[in-house]
Ligand binder design. Sequence first.
Ligand code: GLN
Length: 309
Amino acid sequence: MKLLLKDILNMAEARFTREGCLTPRLDAELLFCHMLKKDKSWLFLHYGDELDDKICEEYFRLVDIRAGGMPLQYITGSQEFMGLPFRVNEKVLIPRQDTEILVEKALEILKARKETRGGFRILDLCCGSGAIAVSLAYYLKKAKRKAAVLGSDISSDALEVAKENARINGVDRQIRFVEGDLFGPFPKNRKDRGRKQFDMIVCNPPYIPTGVLPTLMREVREHEPLLALDGGEDGLDFYRRILEEAWRYLVEEGVLLLEIGYDQGITVPLLAEEAGAYGPVEIIKDLAGKDRVAVIKRNENADRSNVKR
Ligand code: GLN
């Protein structure tokens, strides 16, 4: 007796539920769609279809991989972000919906400003898959605003993925990518000002405290790149380094947007204050009502104030 499509979807759903998957039905369906390169509306029309043994076999092979803890996005190789398609693999963090808040805020700030003649200059530090850089470039282009986006990451593998994502979304002419550790690739000139001046710096750095990593979901802990998650002993290593340097690379009205962890909405503004080169910090919450983004304006007097040199 042949299995029906709805039967194997139910079997996969039950298996994923047992394994503690948060979206068992959706994953069962998306995995099948991925395998046959069909969309979800096709599924609805074919629930009652009998399936070939070969198709069932191939599907259960994928179900095994997913049930073993591999995130669905690494199996399908894709994740949507800001309504755009992104390629992903295990070298990059899977773009999170929470990060869309950062992109939306960045677009809101930029659209309210007038770009200089060459267009907005934007730096995405730790760009990973390029989700932030690519979506900023895409939506600014769509709004007919000129922008040059620079994405940087310490991982050359991640940059390969980011470049492909820029190509797929038609913004490879708006974005350049450089490999390096935070501001490492950008030399400072004698006056101690960054040679590159940016209107905006955006960054979703690694921010999970090292000791918390083993408590993350199996999917994250075993498959996503630790390099993109580990923020050092207290999770704040990257914020310290970024805040110490970012003002040098920002124009006077420049803005730094940082994604932060749900419990970092107090500490990150304190670190910004300590750095002595920024104005008051605005914290924005994500859809779950948790602190998620810090909007940090460069202090106009940053050059003259007592910041650490
Ligand atoms: N928000 C991510 C998580 O789900 C962490 C991202 C980061 O460290 N930048 O774990």
